[in-house]
Design a protein around this ligand. Sequence first.
Ligand code: CP
Ligand code: NVA
Length: 305
Amino acid sequence: MLRHFLQFKDLSRDELLYLFERSRVIKSRFKRYQPYHPLTDRTLAMIFEKSSTRTRLSFEAGMHQLGGSAIYLNTRDTQLGRGEPVEDAGEVISRMVDIVMIRTFEQEIIERFAAHSRVPVINGLTNEYHPCQILADIFTFIEHHGSIQGKTVAWIGDSNNMCNTWLQAAEVLDFNVHVSTPPGYEVEPERAGLYGTDHFESFVDPMDACRGADLVTTDVWTSMGWEAENDERLKDFADWQVDAEMMGVAKSDAVFMHCLPAHRGEEVTAEVIDGPQSVVWDEAENRLHVQKALMEFLLLGKVES
Ligand code: CP
Ligand code: NVA
């Protein structure tokens, strides 16, 4: 059966637990320089309508390491930028490759593409969601602290694509998210694609959201596509900077995460992101390993080797 990964809840709890275990195996092989080529002769098309460093590199390197190849396409020099319907692009591109990753604006765009695709489609970030990043973040949490079930994640800042995806993940994997956003930037449960509000709690004061948390995380105040609001956001978010005081009220062994790229002195202090509780480099590296496990799963199903 054709499977896509367009939002976090497209995978069940069992499938996610399988993927985390599979990521561990794939990572350990990679660290031992053991070749593993289950996707020989398979091709990944990567379509970017927004900038990227980590997503492009991790998908391209990952596909290569699995024995396949990757092709980079962007809006500037493909017909997508000249108004070719996304449905037509889905029909054509999916006849030439085995799997597709898209980074775009509205979630609706990737859904329309997937509805016309013959091959699996992966969300490499939309305005609403960033599911591959949350796969990496939770895998990183598990590496440091074991199962995330029942744990508390503090989300400080904008209710953006990262926040929405943490909230979906909390529903599927049964953990809690404490959210603190400035007034006017609150979570919209429907846009986040939530079944309910049982797994998150909103806090006016970010210190309260961090209290007792196992993981504190944030993201840029201005996401790609919202650049026109940058000056206003710098003022509105000024009190939502993750600093040592916030980390100080979280659990003593709490970790700090940020999907990167980060702005030291805005959403996080240099002391925190470069400090001993920060796991941001593991988090970035793990994009590679979880996405290799994801591509393998979408193309081959569960494997045992
Ligand atoms: N975290 C992340 O997705 O980074 P890029 O924008 O560099 O791909
Ligand atoms: N929320 C950010 C994440 C970047 C990886 C954005 O959408 O720009």
